[in-house]
Design a protein around this ligand. Structure first.
Ligand code: UD1
Ligand code: UDP
Length: 379
């Protein structure tokens, strides 16, 4: 079976590591994988570092689309992906998550009748103002095999007319829906020991034995409105100062760009220990997640990894697709004001939750996905 895997943004490259590893180690005689990088993310620390560190096979093609408005970026990706698909004629295309690269891959393939395999299917924020929500819905409805990380994701698909529990053969008109656990849980388990051995991030920032908060910010709703970004940054500084705790903030280039444009770094209050650093590698990120006291984030992946490593998170958004984390009371949603965000962060630091049950699968999602796609490959 020949598959083309589409990656483009940081979290997809990381997710692809799990499936590529599984194919290489256990399915190499049955599955040939061709990786296509759209070029959505292109800085060394947003892309190349993950291929190198996580030993992902080099992409056969990099479309090099770079940054632009949604329509232009997605159109360029679709055009490039269509050419690659016509050249390689794969049995299926694999897309991950909810970015513009996911959308482009799913639509380009479905239109030329190449079955789409969507990994991380069925997630919904029920907020269609998020570009990711549009991307997810379209990708799911272009897919033939849908792999859901949670039972909630399966239920979301059922509410949109999909049926789970069907027998194959599957097609675009009769898609197969599977609950397989979270492929990112595979990765957190697998790379945790390697991170302990290889990462020097804690030593580099004098964090060994020093309690700290890990923060990430990159959602357009948080970065593109000056007042909102200022509120979040002020809350982070307030937490650091009041709780006398270090905050480590590996900054996404989108957020860096806006902070520079509005000269926000110059307006940040003194007396806090907030360390703004460039984006870090995945092994470094694992060490930060494993050793922090609290995660403040608007990232889908980071809130989940916090949960995998038994850490509370304050989600800097009005809602989350990962509702199980809220239901377990392992996370809270941050509000709109500095007082609310800082107050909730302080409450989580003072009274950390203790229940982190294994609700994201058994760490073998990639194996299940390989077995299932081989079983239902009927081209
Ligand atoms: C994208 C995804 C988002 C995902 C995130 C992961 C969409 C619509 N959004 O958001 O779902 O959570 O990736 O990180 O697909 N930039 C650089 N260097 C890079 C990449 C980006 O400087 O290597 C800057 C550019 O100024 C660019 C901006 O970041 O305009 C935004 O990048 P883009 O890929 O459009 O969206 P993300 O915010 O990264
Ligand atoms: N990540 C990383 N370095 C960083 C920030 C995040 O390796 O500096 C990893 C993180 O551990 C997770 C993934 O990137 O696996 C999440 O990506 P991101 O937050 O960019 O996107 P989202 O998950 O919100 O789509």
């Amino acid at each position: 079976m020949k598959i083309v895997t589409i990656v483009g943004a940081r979290p997809q490259i990381i997710k692809a590591a799990a499936l590529s590893r599984e194919i290489k180690n256990h399915f190499s005689s049955q599955i040939e994988e061709i990786i296509v990088h759209t070029g959505q993310h292109y800085d060394e620390n947003m892309s190349e570092v993950f291929f190198r560190e996580l030993q992902i096979p080099a992409p056969a093609v990099n479309l090099g689309v770079g940054s632009s408005d949604h329509g232009e970026q997605t159109a360029q990706m679709m055009s490039g992906i269509e050419k690659v698909l016509k050249q390689h004629l794969p049995d299926a295309i694999v897309v991950y998550g909810d970015t513009n690269s996911t959308l482009a891959g799913a639509v380009a393939a479905a239109k030329i009748h190449i079955p789409v395999i969507h990994i991380e299917a069925g997630l919904r924020s029920f907020n269609k103002r998020m570009p990711e929500e549009i991307n997810r819905i379209v990708a799911d409805h272009c897919s033939t095999l849908l792999f859901c990380p949670t039972k909630t994701a399966v239920k979301n698909l059922e509410a949109e007319g999909f049926s789970s529990g069907l027998m194959g053969p599957f097609s675009l008109d009769k898609p197969g829906v599977f609950h397989c656990g979270d492929i990112m849980f595979d990765n957190s388990n697998y790379f945790s020991a390697m991170a302990e051995q290889q990462s020097k991030i804690l030593q580099l920032h004098q964090l060994v034995g020093n309690p700290f908060v890990l923060a990430t910010i990159h959602r357009n709703d948080n970065t593109d409105k000056r007042e909102r970004l200022e509120t979040i940054l002020e809350a982070i500084y307030r937490v650091s100062k009041k709780m006398e705790i270090t905050v480590v903030l590996p900054l996404h280039p989108r957020t860096q760009k806006m902070m520079t444009e509005w000269n926000l770094e110059a307006t940040l209050p003194e007396g806090a220990d907030v360390r703004i650093v460039p984006p870090v590698s995945f092994l470094d990120m694992i060490m930060l997640e494993k050793n922090c006291s609290l995660v403040l984030t608007d990232s889908g992946g980071v809130q989940k990894e916090a949960f995998f490593f038994g850490k509370p998170s304050l989600i800097l958004r009005p809602e989350t697709e990962w509702v199980e984390i809220l239901e377990m009371r392992a996370a809270r949603l941050g509000g709109n004001s500095v007082e609310d965000i800082a107050g909730q962060a302080e409450a989580l630091l003072n009274y950390p939750p203790t229940e982190f049950p294994p609700i994201f699968g058994d760490g073998h999602a990639a194996e299940f996905i390989c077995e299932t796609i081989l079983k239902y490959n009927d081209r």
